[in-house]
Design a binder for this molecule. Structure first.
Ligand SMILES: Nc1nc2c(ncn2[C@@H]2O[C@H](COP(=O)(O)OP(=O)(O)OP(=O)(O)O)[C@@H](O)[C@H]2O)c(=O)[nH]1
Length: 205
């Protein structure tokens, strides 16, 4: 099938934001969808909610349905039910909160238990703008991601750092998977992200 400039990718790509309460999942989604930062008092997500955004990926419209989940333990059973349909998961920790980083392994175990085998997972260290409060080094995030074989980058919902890039990279991977011929090589997600960050001098917003 030939895709033209205006072609629509028929499948709706479901992307889930997961991670501990307070790591910035809702803020990341709002920054991506509306280009704004939700400053002020922290209102924890109850249950689950979604927002749609259509991206133009190399001339193909890719519709992302982005599910924002509640990080609080008491909503875990609600979110488990949604893992099965997810095509991609953005797994967040907060660089100013060591516990949220230490919990990543438990989140990955949960993902392996409830999500599809071929789900795309990307690890994000959010709140990278908080230089004073930082307790998790970028290298520690990189090391953990390597250990689990998932792509990684740091983001900031406050400054916008890498927010667009994280969703675009996921959309590129999903588009590539659904359109690639049997002999075409796999899309190199981490290589793409590294390349984009280098081009933008690591400050892409
Ligand atoms: N400095 C800084 N603060 C952030 C950033 N992202 C989120 N925050 C703050 O962190 C707090 C929690 O953000 P949320 O987006 O509500 O966190 P969440 O992960 O959705 O939390 P749950 O809904 O409970 O799972 C809020 O006070 C935000 O203003 C960021 O990139 N930088």
């Amino acid at each position: 099938m030939e895709f033209t400039e205006t072609a629509w990718l028929r499948c709706c790509c479901k992307v889930m934001l997961v991670g501990d309460s307070g790591v910035g999942k809702t803020c990341l989604l709002v920054r991506f969808k509306d280009g704004a930062f939700l400053a002020g008092s922290f209102i924890s997500t109850v249950g689950i909610d979604f927002r749609n955004k259509v991206l133009d990926i190399d001339g193909v419209k890719v519709k992302l349905q982005i599910w924002d989940t509640a990080g609080q333990e008491r909503f875990r059973s609600v979110t488990h039910a949604y893992y099965r349909d997810a095509h991609a998961l953005l797994l967040l920790y907060d660089v100013t909160n060591k516990a949220s980083f230490n919990n990543i392994q438990a989140w990955l175990t949960e993902i392996h238990e409830y999500a599809q085998k071929d789900v795309v997972v990307m690890l994000l260290g959010n709140k990278a703008d908080s230089t004073q409060e930082r307790v998790v080094k970028r290298e520690d995030g990189e090391k953990l991601a390597k250990e689990f074989g998932v792509p990684f980058m740091e983001t900031s919902a406050r400054s916008g750092l890498n927010v667009e890039l994280s969703f675009t990279a996921i959309a590129k991977e999903l588009k590539h998977r659904s359109m690639k011929g049997p002999d075409e090589p796999k899309f190199q997600l981490q290589a793409y992200v590294n390349q984009e960050m280098r081009t933008a001098g690591c400050c892409r917003t």
